[in-house]
Design a protein around this ligand. Sequence first.
Ligand SMILES: [Zn+2]
Length: 402
Amino acid sequence: LRSYGSDTRIPTVAAVLDLIRERGTVSRVELAEATGLTQATMTHTVRKLLEMGFVHEVGKAPSHGGGPRRLVELQPEASYQVGIQFDRYTAVGVVIDLAGRIVVRRDLRRVGDRHPEDVLPEYAEAVASMLDSASIPREKVLGIGLATYGPQDREKGVLLTPQPTPSWQEYPLVAKLQEDTGLPVALENDATAAGIGVRVEATAASNFAVVFMSGGIGAGVIIDGFPYRGATSNGVELGHISVDALGPRCACGNRGCLDRIAGPASVTEQAMGNRSLVSRLGLGKDDLTDFLAIGRAARSGDAESESLIAGSKQRLAIATVSLVNLFDVSRVVLAGAAFAEFGDVYRDALQEVLDESVFMRHVHSVQVQLAERPADAPAVGAAMVVLRNLLEAPSEPPIPAP
Ligand SMILES: [Zn+2]
C-alpha cells in the first residue's frame, strides 16, 4: 500500500476501505501502521467511513500499553454496486455488496450486431430485475459500472471505437443508461475492470498484471492497488503490441499486432481456412464460440486445433514477457471469457515462457494464475469502479441514506 502522507482526501479513503475489507476486524492503530498514515489521518478517515455507514465499531481489543484499541469492521450490506460487462460475444451482469461478494449474477444477452438503443433498455431492465430478485432497495445502490471495449472517453461516457458495432462509437452510453435506470453509471475498459475485479478476489498482492482475453486481447496493470491508467485511461493495450514487425497490418495502423495474429478472431480465421476442421468442430458461429470449440478440441488431442492454440499461446506468452519487463510485476492473472474453459492451458504455457525469459527472473519469480472466475472478473471490477469513483471524487463523498 502506498503512503499518501497527510492527504486525507483520496485515494486514502478507498485504500483504507480496501484494507479493512482485506483484514476483517481491525483497529485504527493497525490501519495506521499498515498504511504509513498518521494516527490523526486514520482517525479522520475511519470517521468518514463510519459516517458513510461503510464500516462499524465492533468492540475493543486489549493492547500492549495504552488503552484498549477500538475495532472496526466492514458493513457488507451497507451498499451494493451493479457491474455489467458486455461485448459482441458475451454479456454478464452482477450485483456485489461492499465486501465484493457476488449477490446476484446473470448471463445477459450479448450485443452481437445490435444498436445501443436496442441493447441498453434491455440492460436497464436486467438491472432492475437483479436488484428486485435480491430485495435490494434502490437507495442502497451506489450505481452501475460498465466494462467494455476501449478506447473510451470515461469522462464523457462514450466509446471511441466502432465496437461492438459502429453504432456504439460516440453514442451517449452512460447518459442513456443513467436516464433509463436513475442510477449513476461509470464506464471502464474491460481489461482494467478485470484487474480491479481480480483484486477483489485475492487482495494480498496489490502489484500485478491482468492479461485479458474475450473477443480480443487486452491487459491491465494494478500498481499499489490502483489501476495504471495512462494519459487518457487507455493504457496497456497488450493486443496492439507487435509480436512480428513484418506481420500483417492491423486496423490500428501497427504491424503484427498480438490480437491480429494470436487473438480468438485470428485463431478462428485460421481455422476457417481448413474445411475438414470447420466441419469437424461445427465452426462458423462467432469468433469467441468458435475459439472455445477449437480450444476444447485441442485439449482433447485434436492435432490441428492443438497447433492453432500453440501458436496463440506462444505469441501471447512473448507479449506477456514484454508486459512483465515493462512493469516489473511479480504476478500475472488471466481473466476474460476466452480463458473460462481452458485457461489453465494458457497459464501453463505462459508460466514456462516467463520462467525462462523474464529479465528479472533471477531477482524474483513471476507467478501466472487463472482468475477464480475468469468470465465474471470484468463485471465484478466494473461494479467496484462505482465505489472507487465515489470515494476518489475530489469533493466530499455524499453520505448514502442509512
Ligand atoms: Zn493493432
